[in-house]
Design a binder for this molecule. Sequence first.
Ligand code: PRP
Ligand code: MG
Length: 212
Amino acid sequence: MSKLKIAIQKSGRLNEDSMKILKDVGISIDNGKDQLKASAKNFPLEVFYLRNGDIPQYLKDGVVDVAIIGENVLVEKGQDITIAEKLGFSSCKVSVAIPKGKSYNSIKDLEGKRIATSYPNTVNQFLKDNNVNANLHIINGSVEIAPNIGLADAIVDIVSSGSTLFKNNLKEVEVILKSEAVLAVSPQISSENQAILNKLQFRLQSVLKARN
Ligand code: PRP
Ligand code: MG
C-alpha cells in the first residue's frame, strides 16, 4: 500500500510544533529523531527529517509529497508550490532592520546600501517592487552580526520574538512579509497519495478548529 511522504524540519523552530500537530491528529511516529526517516504506526505516512532550505526542491522533484514548512521559505524558494493548509504556528516576519542609532524615513533610504540576508530572492523582489537599488550580501546564518562588523548597512532576516534584533542593537524598519507554518504540496503528488492527503487534511482541519 502506498504511503504519503511528508517532510518535516530536522531541527529548529518548526520541528517540535510539527511533531506536535501530527501527534494531535492521532498519528504516532516511531522516533528516533537522529534517524532521517520514520514511519507512522497507524496512518499510511512516512516522515523525512530534512533541512528547511532543501525542502522546496524535494517538493518540486516529488521526492516528498507534502511538507510542513514556513511560508517564508516557499516565498524564497518555492513559488510554484501550493499551500494546502495554514497551520497557525511558528509565525514570524521577514523584516528589514538597521542599527538603532541610524535614522530611517522610508524605503528610499535603502538606495545604494549594503544589505546582508539569507533571503536574496525575497529581498530582490521587495527592492524591485519599491524601485530601490541596493547591494546584497548573502550569508547563511547569524545575519544580525553583519552591521556590527561593518559588512552591511542593513539586514533582512526572520523576526520572531525580536530578541536577536535587540541583542544586536538593531531596529526593525520594514516588514516584507508575515509568515507561519503551512502544509505545502508537491506538484507531482500521485492520485493515490492525494487521497491519503485528503484524509490527513480532514484531521488537521478539525484539530485547527479546536485550537482556535
Ligand atoms: C533565526 C533568524 C533570526 C532569529 C529570529 O535565527 O535567523 O536570527 O531566529 O528570532 P527572534 O526574533 O526570536 O530572536 P536562528 O536562531 O534560527 O539561527 P541562524 O540565523 O544562525 O540560522
Ligand atoms: Mg538568525
